[in-house]
Structure formats: C-alpha cells, structure tokens
Write a protein that binds this ligand. Sequence first.
Ligand code: PDD
Length: 289
Amino acid sequence: MSDIVWLDGQFLPRQDARISVDDRGFIFGDGIYEVTRCVDGRLFEGPRHLVRMRAGLAGLRIDQASLPDDAALLALHHELLARNDLTSGQATVYLQITRGSAPRAHQFPAASVPPTLYLSASRITPADALRTTGARAILLPDLRWARCDLKTVNLLGAVMAKQRAVESGAQEAVLHRDGVVTEGSITNVFGVLDGVVRTHPVGTRILRGVTRDVTLELLHAMGQPVEERALLLEELPQLSELFYTSTTQDAMPIVRLDDRTIGDGTPGPVARRLGEAFARALHDAKRLR
Ligand code: PDD
C-alpha cells in the first residue's frame, strides 16, 4: 500500500520525507494543523477547514505569501488522496504548516524563510461501533493556554488529558475552567439540559470545530432547541445527554462521565438522531469538495 506525503513542494514516500532539526515546528511547536474528513476522495466541508487554517496562520502571524492559494491547496488534497488510493471510502488528510526552518531563536526568523508545508492522508474506520454503545469520558481541569481558538501544534494540554482518559479506560477527557465545561481534549462538547442542547460559545477558550458548526446546523434543521451557552459544572448531574464532536468522531454520545451515568447509560435520542443526520451529511454533495 502506497503511503505518499507532500512536503515542501513535492510528493514523496513517507519514509523518504525529512524535515530539518531546525524546523520551528519541532523546536517550538510553532505552527498550525488541520485534519479534514474525506469521503470517496472528496473533502467534507473543505473550505471551512481552509478558512480556519488561514485564520490560524494570521493569528500566529505566519506569512502566507509563499503558500498555495485555496484552489491549489484543495487540488493538493485531491491529488494526495488519489496517490494514496483513497478515492473511495473514508479517510482523513492531515495538513501542517510551521514557521519554517531557521537557527533557534524565539523571535520570528527573517522574512525570507518560507513556512514548511506538509500533508499526509490515512484511511479511517468510522467510529460507528462505539457510537452504538456510547463512550466514556473523564472530567479534568483545562490547563491549556489562553488562545485555544488557534489550532496550533502545541498540543501538550491535549496530550496529557487524553493520556489520563486512556489510562482511566475512557475515550475522551471533558475539560473545565472557571466552573464551566470548555471542550474535550480533542473535541467539542455538547450537553442536553431540560430539552435544550448547550455548548460553549465561540471565543478564545475553545477551538471552533468544523464538526461543531455542522452539528449546530443539523440540530437547527432537526428543530432541536440549541443555545451556545457554556454548561456549568454544577449542571452536570442534571444532564440527560452529553456528547462530543470532531472530524473523525462525528457526534459521539458520552454515557459515563467519571463515575456518573449520563441519562440511562445508553445513547440518548438527540445524539441518536444527530448520528443519523451526520451519516446523511457525510454524503451530501453540497458539503463535499
Ligand atoms: N481535533 N477542539 C479541539 C481542542 C480539537 O483538537 C478538535 C479537533 C476539535 C474539533 O474540531 P473539528 O470538528 O474541526 O475536527 C475541537 C483534531 C481532529 C485532532 O487534533 O486530531
């Protein structure tokens, strides 16, 4: 099976791809990334990922002049999928852009240093089996920095939280800060309280997930009352449902949070309907590029 990646202007076998030890992604975690879901060789909500990518680059003041434009980037994704025999079935494309390679110094390098651009593609198995039983999660303090809206490759907050979850036999960590649920270690979190779906509003404390936006659209289309208002920790015992969303997981019901059973311990009606809506959305031509 071929495993072809794109690095700095060329396709090459993964085992031949090399970045410099001076790359600022390696030294400082100085870069951004995107993970895009692909269905039959097409990108699910591709343009939304590109918008977020460019906002992240602007937020970190990484110069975009030498990077491909949106059309060229979409074409690069498509070509990468084709070269990896991923034009049918489900896959993800990982994209990373760092501030480039220069001798170690915290301030930005000379303007002549181009960003590093890397893309790879992998086949995925949708998490449908877990979706039918529901996932387990643990509650942890959100120890991340104050710009969680930027999808940077500095992921230690996520790495430490996810590891704790896995060591506890859970699939995800639900994070809280100042008495409210922010998001998951690598997902956005939604709860159902008194029949209303609630999720943390957009801002610097969460990543604005592409799947979060799609979820809000699907919930509205279902006629489901939704409020972008953070869940309070003290409200958690009253939740009838809890679920998380991400590019690889779609909407995933949580049936146990620490030692607490959510609802009756099985995926609730909102999450189930959302799961069905997602299955359709993933094949909706209007969402595929
Ligand atoms: N994680 N919140 C955080 C902190 C995330 O890292 C992610 C995505 C999301 C969901 O975003 P989206 O719906 O656009 O995937 C929310 C990716 C998938 C990852 O780190 O692999």
